[in-house]
Write a protein that binds this ligand. Sequence first.
Ligand code: FES
Ligand SMILES: [Fe+2]
Length: 427
Amino acid sequence: MAVAKPWGCPPLQNVPILGEQYTSREFFDHEWSSMWTKVWLLMGRSSEMQDPGSYQVEEVGPESFIMIRQADSSIRAFYNVCQHRGSRLIFNKEGTTDKIVCPYHGWEWASDGSLEYVQDPEDFKEGNPCDDLTLVEVNCEVFAGFIWINMNPECMSLREYLGPVWEEFEAYESEDWIRGPSSTVDVNCNWKVPQDNSCESYHLPAVHPQGLKWIEHSYKYCQFSWCEEGHNRMSIPMVTPSRSLEGEELEVDQQLEEMLEPWGLKAEEFKGRELETRQSVQSVKRELGGKYGYQFDQLFDDQLTDAYHYNIFPNVTISFAGAEYIGLQRMRPHRRDPERHYYDNFMYLSRGATTRLGITEPEERRFFKYGTELMNRQIADQDLAISTGQQLGLASRGYRGVRLAGQEGRVQRFHDVLEEYLDGSRS
Ligand code: FES
Ligand SMILES: [Fe+2]
């Protein structure tokens, strides 16, 4: 089969999508208690933590989590909080340590969460705290090279949670893909604003006009679907001159030419048969991919050229672009401000791409406040620029709620699923 099959698309519930859902502290608190604390969250990257004691720390809302490699090479995750008087334990984003030392009174925690040293243990009337205290652990699984956690002790398995996403991600064999340019931006808008944005391609002509000539962006050529588990998917044909640009002649423009070149194809070969570029690239990639270190064996033909774009509920968007790299956006809510969030924009390069480019080490992740720097990822920078402006409008008394096009159905589905967590019917 040349294409991945569509998902089930349960009927939309059309819950209202109103401005206050992006601005109200009450709604934000409800999301925290009824949704964030119940779902699987993509948090870290396993291949970036090779040795026992290597760790990554990530915040989501008011919580911070330590993910740490164990002596038996498994990974466990703990709330980043000392059980003496509640100090946060680690303030770095990543590192390697043989013990976690609390900065306040120097208690020492082992990587398995046990307490190994306290000062003056004889002075505790309940007995030595090392005998009964441990760090508080959360569920942790590793899948597709990412570390996922769930705060709900009664949660379903990650595999069950991901539903059809699981098998489709497995096919890309992306466990050892290496982090490319990556940024975390502190942005003044609700976390749902960019997630909504990533659930539709209706904005492409207005916001990303630079890419239209090699993407078949019209909804008529895209496939949209969503699954019972709450995630959704869109595929967009790429590496083709677009038939969606009215009144323009089909041409292999310079950007498209640059996509043909690495595979030994020339623009002039396609004179008069411009619409064959996509299939030709698929064939050459199928034939030569293995030679360059790519892993295409389990992929459908269209995955070798197209964007397969997944919104994993609640806050992750992953695009596989022609099976060459992953563009990943993750929106993490601020501790207490509904009109602020942390926008992570990561790239992971496939084995074929890193071999070709000679990359062996992950790139440094940058952290900055929106407006002070650019991510230097044009599409993501354009999306964030729109998001901050939209937040201002969502806070207006003059805004009456959404009017969605059919092709924005994934936005509605995202809010329908969120509402099911909020009203308790899903958890
Ligand atoms: S709060 Fe951690 S040792 Fe006191
Ligand atoms: Fe966009």
